[in-house]
Design a binder for this molecule. Sequence first.
Ligand code: ADP
Length: 307
Amino acid sequence: MEELKIFCPATIANISCGFDVLGVALDSVGDEMIIRKVAHKGIRITKLEGQDLPMETDKNVAGVAGLAFLAESDFDGGFEIEIYKKIKAGSGIGSSAASSTGAVWAMNRLLGNPFPTSKLVEFAMEGERLASGVAHADNVAPALFGGFTLVRSYEPLDIIPIASPSELFATVIHPQIEIKTSDSRKILKAHITLKEGIKQWGNLGGLIAGLFTEDYDLIGRSLEDHIVEPIRSILIPGFQDVKKGALASGALGCGISGSGPSIFAFSRGAETAKKVGDSMMAVYEKIGIDHDIHISKINTEGIRIIN
Ligand code: ADP
C-alpha cells in the first residue's frame, strides 16, 4: 500500500454551551485527499484544487501537520499530498482541520499506524496554529475520532469521545459573507460572571448527558449559549431570524458554527433537518445573501478511505 484516497469531514466546533471544547464531525460535506508514500524525504503538496490556497509545505496546514508528524516518526522517506477542497476556507466548518487531519491520518495508516489517534490530534493542531494562530483541537479531534468529542483539557491534552444519538442530524447554512477571525475574536469578553458560568456548565453537563442517553429533549434544552453567541451573532446578518425559523421548524437547537459565519442546527431525523434548512435558506433569500446549505447525519467514523 503506497497511497490512500480519503474523505476528510467538515466539523462543527463551538457547539453552543460547548464553546471551545465540544465539536462534531459531519458526513455529507468534506474534502478529498490523496496521500502517497515516496522515497524522498519531506512533504510536497503536488495538487490543490477547489480553493485558492498556498501549496508551499510551510504555508499549507496539511504540510505543517505532516512535518510535525515526520519530526516524531522514524520513517526516513516522505509523502506527496493532493488536496481536493470542497469545504470553503473561513466558512466556520473546519476547512483547515480537514486538511491537517487528513494528512496525518493517512500518513499514519501508510506506515502501519505507529501513532495513536490522540497523538495525531497533536500533529494536526500544528496545522490549526498556522491557520488561526492558536493550536486548538475542537475541530481536529472530531475529524480524527468521529462523532462528538470533548476537549476536557489542553495541558495535558485530554480528548473524550462522546456518544452520537442515532437520529441526530445537523443542518448548516453558510451565508457567503466574510468575517475576519481577528474581529470575531476581538469582540469576545475576557471575563464572565459566576452566574453566567453556572448557566454554561449546567447546560454543557446537560448536553453531554443528553447525547449519551439519546434524550433529544434534554439535548434541545441544553443547546444554549449565554456567553459568546449574544456577542458574536451581531457579526452575522440575519442570525436571529435564522435561529427563530429553525426552532419554529422543529430544530432542537441552533447556534454559530466555529467562529461563523456558518450557523448550525441539530434536529431529530432527516425530515426535520431538511425543513430547518428550508427555513434558514428563506431568510437569506429574503435579505439577498448567497448561501450554501448542508444537511448531514453525524459522522461517527471520522476520516475514511474512499475509492
Ligand atoms: P474555518 O474553520 O472557519 O473554515 P479555517 O480554520 O479552515 O477556517 O481557516 C482557514 C485558514 O487556513 C485560511 O487562512 C487559509 O488560508 C488557511 N489554510 C492553509 N492551508 C489550508 C488548507 N489546506 N485548507 C484550508 N485552509 C487552509
